[in-house]
Structures are given as structure tokens and as C-alpha cells.
Design a protein around this ligand. Sequence first.
Ligand SMILES: Cc1cc2nc3c(=O)[nH]c(=O)nc-3n(C[C@H](O)[C@H](O)[C@H](O)COP(=O)(O)OP(=O)(O)OC[C@H]3O[C@@H](n4cnc5c(N)ncnc54)[C@H](O)[C@@H]3O)c2cc1C
Length: 383
Amino acid sequence: MNQFAVIGGGAVGLSIAYEFARSGCKVVVIERGLCGQEASWAGGGILPAAVFDPKDHAYEKLAGLSAKLHRQWAEELKAATGIDTGYHRCGEIFFKHEAISGDPLTRDLPSLSARGIRAELLSAKALKHLEPNLAIAPADLDDLQVYHTPNSAQIRNPRHLQALKAALLQMGVSVIEQAEVQSFEVKGDYLHAVQTTAGRFVADRFCLAAGAWTSHLTNRLDCALPVKPIRGQMALLQMEEPLLRNVVHQGGHYLIPRLDGRMLVGSTLEDVGFEKKTTDAAIAQLLQFAKTRLPLLRDASVEKCWAGFRPASPDGYPFIDALPGFANAWVAAGHFRWGLFLSTGTAVLMKQLIQGEDLSLPLDDFRLTRNAESMMPLGRSDR
Ligand SMILES: Cc1cc2nc3c(=O)[nH]c(=O)nc-3n(C[C@H](O)[C@H](O)[C@H](O)COP(=O)(O)OP(=O)(O)OC[C@H]3O[C@@H](n4cnc5c(N)ncnc54)[C@H](O)[C@@H]3O)c2cc1C
């Protein structure tokens, strides 16, 4: 049969399914709700500028690989499905970049330049020329810490997810929705089947890619995976015309201009468990940031606000590895702030790992054992 089952239909799970289906495998995706409706829908779709440098750390290499693959996949998905994922090179502007706790992607100007990523300090004149609608306070330019990465890109993530799902269906992948995995059938070191709310599914190989919920699954397989939800809130504003070209960052906040005039304003980083709601205070703060930095947004109407759960690991690195104690189960989870971006590289690596192919980059930093202390085995009774 050689059936490969992916549990979780977010960007990570759908991308892994896509990569396997393209290599001729028989694939099933098992999704609790509808595909692409959780973190991967909630995210902003920023794809930072990145290059693949063999001298870099594994995380930066994964970023470089993913950036290259996004360019290719956007074209391939459009050709296969007719869906334009909105991939385009938009650039990013950073006002005094501050490192974000737990985010391994270094984005300060010296680090970017050292890695060969095009990044330019902007004068007030250059900034005004690049983004005439931005409000620039004298304090912003006091120490001239505004810089630009012209090669950053973005996707309309809901469309990217639709395109992935459509491509999977075209390739004959079974996409089973409204099927929550509730328990596992294990024979020795072999994961034999999953029991879901929509029936039982047998497969030869399994990949758990259930985002912030992945540890709920691994707990039942004797593995305490340290992945937890970190809530992010977003507001979507509607304008007739695009007011920016670049994504604009300040501290942890950002503005993402869509080509149709919409503007995404993000975000928060909140350790509040699975409480999926927006709060008046956070949305007010996001809107205040947006309207201060881009005064023309004062006329914009708020189309929608939402919250999603980033799947966070203790060090911000994803887990891309075999599940301990199993010969036919793997995990891809914990991508935190960059799961949309890193989903393409993760998919390629996961296929290489499972199929015993040469790896595009070493996986040591993505192994489950790197957090050995948090990976204590659980009792076998809890299946
Ligand atoms: C506000 C916000 C902004 C973000 N901005 C960006 C950005 O600009 N760029 C970027 O790269 N990343 C961004 N991210 C991060 C990114 O969205 C996530 O890292 C990524 O979506 C994780 O993908 P995933 O497939 O692992 O998880 P998810 O998209 O959450 O998918 C997991 C899937 O598993 C399913 N599932 C769970 N349990 C079960 C079960 N028992 N059985 C079956 N299915 C199950 C869920 O229903 C879900 O569909 C952002 C996130 C947020 C919240």
C-alpha cells in the first residue's frame, strides 16, 4: 500500500503532503477542521529575505532554502491550479529593529549584511522616497536606524493554502477534513493506525504536523514535545488604494500592505494557552501603532480582527525529526513566528529524512533530543 499519512492540514502539513505527492507517494491528509484555518490562516505571510549560505547556522540555511522554494512553488502552484498566491517581492522596512524573545531569525542590520542579505540603511530622504505616506518623527532618524531589505517577499497565506489543497486534490491526495485524530494503534515500534472522529485510517508512515496542538498527539505516543501556543492578534484594515509597498516593522508591530489596498496590522505575542479571542486593549494598541506610523489609515475601516496560535518551541526552532521509539512516525512542528515561511524547506527536509535521501542541511538543531530534559518519556498507558 505504501500509504503516507499527514496529521494536520496547516501550511506545514499541506506542504509536506505536496512534496510527498509530487514524488509519487500515496498520501492522505487528516485534518480536524478544514485545512488551513488555524495559525497558517491567521499569519501575515511575510517571507523574510534570506540566502542559502553553507557557512550559516542550520536555521538560516533552512530560511535560505525556504525563500528559494517559495519563489518556485508560487509559480508551480499557479500553473497547476490557476490560483495566484499573491507571492511578490515587497521589501521590508525596519524602524530600530529589536530582537524578539524566542525568535531565532536574526534581523538586525549587521547580521543581515554579514549573511550577504541585501540590507540598506535609509536616510530620511530615501525613506520618504520609498514610502511617502509614512509619518517620520525626528526621533526615528536621530540615530538613523531605519533600514530596508528589498528582497523580502510576502504571500496571501489563505490563497497559498487554497492552492496547496487544490494541487493535492489534483494529484489524487485524499484530504480528509472534519476528522480529529483522537487515538493511535501501536504495534511495538510501529504506528499502525489512527482513530479519528471520521473513522479509522491505516498507513505505513505518519507525520504529525498539528501545529500548536502537536504535543497533544505526541503525549499519546509517550513523547512530551515542548510545543505550546503563543497567541497573536491581527487587525485587517480596508483602504481603496495601497498606501505602502513595503512591510513596515517597529518593535514587535508591523504593517503588511496587500496589493488590493488592504492593510494587515500585527501583532501580539501572548502566552495565554488556547484562548482564541481578540482583546480590545491589544487591537486598540495595534490600531494606534498603525495610525501613528501611517496617518492616512485614520480613514480606514476595520474589516476584521482575529487571533491565532503560533506553535512555539522553547528555543524557537522547529522540530523536524523522527518520533522517538517509532520506526514509521515523524514530527514537523514548533515553527513559532515563521511557519509559513519555513514550511517549504521543512517539507523538502522531511521528505529527504523519511526517504533516506541526502539532506539539504544538517538536522541536528531540529532534533527532538536537543531539548533532552523536556523530552522525558511519558507512561505508556496514556494512548
Ligand atoms: C498573528 C500571526 C502572524 C504570523 N505571521 C507570520 C508570518 O508573517 N510569516 C510566517 O512565516 N509565519 C507567521 N506566523 C506563524 C505561522 O502562522 C505558523 O508558524 C504556521 O502557520 C504553523 O503552521 P502549522 O501547519 O504548523 O500549524 P497550523 O496552521 O496551526 O496547522 C495545524 C493544523 O493541525 C490541525 N490539527 C490539530 N490537532 C489535530 C488533530 N488531533 N487531528 C487532526 N488535525 C489536527 C489543526 O486543525 C490545524 O489545521 C504567524 C502566526 C500568527 C498567529
